[in-house]
Ligand binder design. Structure first.
Ligand code: PEP
Ligand code: MN
Length: 369
């Protein structure tokens, strides 16, 4: 249930209502949006009567029930206002969100050695990426496949961050590694295979780093939003949803089926930012650019793309990785596509410290730095 306050309600009045609604079974939560303040009520709200609540204060605009199983993740919970996930990287603040320029994340599936990760970081940065991805702990189907270099790889990611100023995103697979991963990562990835690892979701919800939540390969949109709800219920509102392809009956020509329809569907259900991973989504590098561009047309807020300096020699996911030259070409095409689909809000959203004249000279993919 949500209580929407009228514009200009005094803070003390909001506080008074929160205290009045606080009980053993209900936790009121203050949500300050750009235009409205909302009090979200999560818990046993079945016994509450919206008409009675409305009488609590003349400053209450309306009281509404959220009839979805996901509450904090629901569009209603923020009264339709998109969430902005701001991440501070050495190069500046990058914002994931509907009214902001596309955020691009690129890098190898796995961190293999220092030279390759630093070189890849430099190349994807030069092409316009804001984040470097790279797996330290790899969820592999076979126990005999390369499992990632673990803690050593985290140190190499830190070196690449230092060398380029790019933000780092890397996966945590085990609650035992969370602290180590969070000490290096600017964003923590929960992989498709762990989307319903509820103890892991609670743990990442109970720390401050934003979470990049990949959709489980056999998960419905509702399962996925309930996974986001676990993270948010544990206290972390900074969740980015990432569609990375789902399993369908046809796996002969693509590794997964990239569900781009999830973008417009999610827009009707949630305020959370949406990323698309066309690399795992297709499993083939030749299809990645097409689906990346389609994702922008469909309204994605961010793209995650696997890039390897020599895909033929990659220790994991080589067939779906672009080489740096292919990535550079794609980024140039992306800048054009982005312009076509740019909204008025995105046009107005300039990165802190960027002057209008510099911004106009930059491709959009570089504008959030
Ligand atoms: C990855 O990003 O390399 C990865 C393993 O992703 P997913 O969990 O989507 O398979
Ligand atoms: Mn991969």
């Amino acid at each position: 249930m949500i209580v929407v306050m009228k514009t200009d309600t005094p803070n003390l009045e909001v506080q008074r209502i929160i205290e009045e609604l606080q009980s053993e079974s209900i936790t009121p939560e203050k949500i300050v949006g750009k235009h409205k303040v909302i009090i979200g009520l999560v818990g046993d709200t079945a016994t509450l009567n919206p008409e009675h609540l409305q009488q609590l204060s003349p400053f209450i605009e309306k009281v509404m029930r959220v009839d979805k199983p996901f509450k904090r993740a629901s569009l209603e919970f923020r009264h339709g206002e998109p969430t902005e996930v701001s991440v501070t990287t050495p190069n500046g603040v990058v914002v994931f969100g509907q009214n902001h320029p596309l955020v691009t994340i690129a890098g190898p599936c796995s961190v293999e050695n220092e030279a390759m990760i630093v070189e890849t970081a430099q190349l994807v940065k030069a092409a316009g990426a804001q984040f470097l991805r790279g797996g330290a702990y790899k969820p592999r189907t076979s126990p005999y496949s390369f499992q990632g270099h673990g803690e050593t790889a985290l140190e190499l990611l830190a070196a690449a961050r230092e060398a380029t100023g790019l933000g780092i995103i890397t996966e945590v697979m085990d609650t035992a590694d969370l602290e180590k991963v969070a000490s290096v990562a600017d964003i923590i990835q929960i992989g498709a295979r762990n989307m319903q690892n509820f103890s892991l979701l609670k743990k990442v919800g109970n720390q401050d780093k934003p979470v990049f939540l990949k959709r489980g390969m056999a998960s419905t949109i509702e399962d996925w939003l309930m996974a986001a709800e676990y993270i948010m219920a544990a206290g972390n509102p900074n969740v980015i949803l990432c569609e990375r392809g789902i399993r369908t009956f046809d796996r002969k020509y693509t590794r997964n089926t990239l569900d781009l329809a999830a973008i417009p569907v999610l827009r009707t259900l949630t305020h959370l930012p949406i990323a698309i991973d066309p690399s795992h989504g297709t499993g083939k590098s030749e299809y990645v650019p097409t689906m990346a561009k389609a994702a922008i047309a469909a309204g994605a807020d961010s793209l995650m793309i696997e890039v390897h300096p020599n895909p033929a020699k990659a220790l994991s996911d080589g067939p779906q990785s672009l080489n740096p030259r292919q990535y550079k070409v794609l980024m140039q095409e992306i800048a054009v596509i982005e312009k076509v689909f740019e909204t008025d809000d995105q046009k107005l959203s300039l990165p802190t410290g960027t002057s209008v004249s510099t911004a106009q000279a930059l491709p959009k993919a570089q504008l959030t730095m």
